[in-house]
Structure formats: structure tokens, C-alpha cells
Design a protein around this ligand. Structure first.
Ligand code: ATP
Length: 260
């Protein structure tokens, strides 16, 4: 997909991978409570691509996202964000990495109630001591349709508008990658479709990289690619997904008895 040069300024060329797991294993607990949440998972998330992670409850989707985002430690294997290997980093370095290279969008919006929309959007950069690029900020705020709502606090915004703030916050720092965890889980289908459209546009028009965990085949159909997990293992990889193709794949796994 061709991209306007003005919009990709400051983002890396959409080639190679933004994040990569190699034989990533995550074990929780020990003895009788031992759970292998991820079992030697290898996957690359291409730069400038929108990837959805799907799989039944307990298959390891959140664990994969948390390990890739430096929110959880690895038991074995490797996780990289761009050129940075996460497994050797301490807590402070991981905090810096998350601040500088990763944007997050959560199901529960996670906005600060005392700050207005604009302050929420620029908060991560304020904490990092970075000055927001005004032109970029205006582009993002305009793209997600928040221009008239910037002085509103989260409680004065609808759920869909709050999630737009969260998407703008994730985009504002031009991170290497955005991780979205069920970003439409708390939204009605219309607001959900808007948020998914913004995430897709951020990839197609702004060159962003997005990885999204979802249970919803329609949400997954906004992505360029869907990877499927079951029992902590990567079991399939579907390019150019349609909702029907994703549903078919899920049914197939069910009949093969590989899902719960
Ligand atoms: N902190 C933890 N301690 C112990 N076990 C955990 C922990 N976090 C996750 N698990 C286990 O690891 C496995 C994978 O969990 P994970 O949350 O990654 O699955 P998921 O696919 O995201 O599920 P869901 O769709 O329900 O959110 C599950 O068996 C879960 O019980």
C-alpha cells in the first residue's frame, strides 16, 4: 500500500519486523499449579502491518502480548521490539522501552479521569519529557475526530470517544508498535467499527504497526493477517482475513478438537 510521504515522516519505512518472538516460552507456577501459557512460540509482526491474535480463552493471547510488550518476563526464548532484545532488560529499562517504543490501547480505555482529552493524549510524552509534534498531534486528533472534544474529561465523553482518546494517545508518540488488547470489547458495534477503522487507517495511511488481541472475527477482519493460538502454541496464520474465513478457521479448529 503506497503511503503519502508527509504522513510517514518520522516513522520507519514499513519493512522488516517491528516485533519478533523466537521460541518464546512462558510458564506460570510450579508443581501442580504449573501452566505452560506459551510453548515455544515464534512469530514476527511486520512493520507497517495490522496483525490480529485470536484463539480460545486461555490459549495464551494476553500472555503473548504482555511478554512482547515487556509487561511480563519470559521463561525461555527471545522477544524483540525492533532491535531491542527484551529478555536481558531490567525493570527500569523495560519501563523506558514501553514509554519510547510502545503504544497501548486497552479494553477499559485506561484514561486518567482528572485530565482532559488533550492532556491524556500527551501524557506519555509529558512523562518522557518529549515535546509533542504539533502538526502530527493535529493530524491524529483530526483523524480520530476529537477536535471539538479536547477540553472534555473522560467522564464527559462516550465510551467510543474515550477509546478514540486512547487511540490518539497510543499514536501520538509514533511508537514502534501499538498493542491493542480487545480494544472494542466495551463498545457498541458502531463505535467499535470506528475504532477498528482508525487502527486500520493508522496502519495504511500513517505507516503504524498494530497488533491486536481479539475474540471477534469481524474485528479480526480489519487486520492484514490473523495468527491463531491454541494451548500456548501458534497453530495457524491467515493472510488477508475476511470475517467468514476467520469463522471457518475457528470452526475447523473446533471440529479438530483443538479448542476449548
Ligand atoms: N499470572 C498468571 N498466573 C498463573 N497462570 C496464568 C497467569 N496468567 C495467565 N495464566 C494462565 O496462562 C494461560 C494463558 O492465559 P492468557 O490470559 O494468556 O490466555 P488468553 O488467550 O488471553 O485468554 P482470554 O481470552 O480468556 O483472555 C491460561 O491457562 C491462564 O490461566
Amino acid at each position: 500500500m503506497s503511503q503519502p510521504a508527509t504522513l510517514t515522516t518520522g516513522l520507519r519505512a514499513p519493512s522488516g519486523f517491528a516485533a519478533r518472538a523466537t521460541e518464546l516460552t512462558k510458564v506460570y507456577g510450579e508443581g501442580e499449579t504449573r501452566v505452560v501459557a506459551l510453548d515455544s512460540v515464534s512469530v514476527e509482526f511486520g512493520r507497517g502491518r495490522f496483525t490480529a491474535i485470536m484463539g480460545p480463552s486461555g490459549s495464551g493471547k494476553s500472555t503473548l502480548m504482555h511478554c512482547m510488550a515487556g509487561l511480563d518476563s519470559l521463561s525461555a526464548g527471545s522477544a524483540r521490539i525492533g532491535d531491542t532484545e527484551l529478555s536481558g532488560l531490567g525493570d527500569r529499562q523495560l519501563t523506558t522501552l514501553r514509554r519510547e517504543k510502545i503504544g497501548f490501547v486497552f479494553q477499559a480505555f485506561n484514561l486518567l479521569p482528572t485530565l482532559n482529552a488533550l492532556e491524556n493524549i500527551t501524557l506519555p510524552m509529558d512523562i518522557a519529557g518529549r515535546r509533542p509534534d504539533q502538526e502530527w498531534l493535529e493530524l491524529i486528533v483530526g483523524t480520530v475526530g476529537l477536535a471539538g472534544r479536547l477540553r472534555h474529561r473522560p467522564s464527559q465523553l462516550s465510551g467510543g470517544q474515550q477509546q478514540r482518546v486512547a487511540v490518539a494517545r497510543a499514536l501520538a508518540g509514533r511508537p514502534e508498535i501499538i498493542f491493542a488488547d480487545e480494544p472494542t470489547g466495551n463498545l457498541d458495534s458502531r463505535s467499535g467499527a470506528e475504532i477498528l477503522g482508525f487502527l486500520r487507517d493508522s496502519v495504511r495511511e500513517l505507516g503504524q504497526t498494530v497488533v491486536m488481541v481479539t475474540h471477534d472475527p469481524v474485528a479480526a477482519s480489519y487486520a492484514d493477517r490473523v495468527v491463531f493460538l491454541a494451548d500456548g502454541m501458534l497453530i495457524d496464520d491467515l493472510p488477508a482475513p475476511t470475517a467468514e474465513a476467520v469463522l471457518d478457521r475457528m470452526r475447523l479448529f473446533d471440529t479438530e478438537g483443538r479448542t476449548s
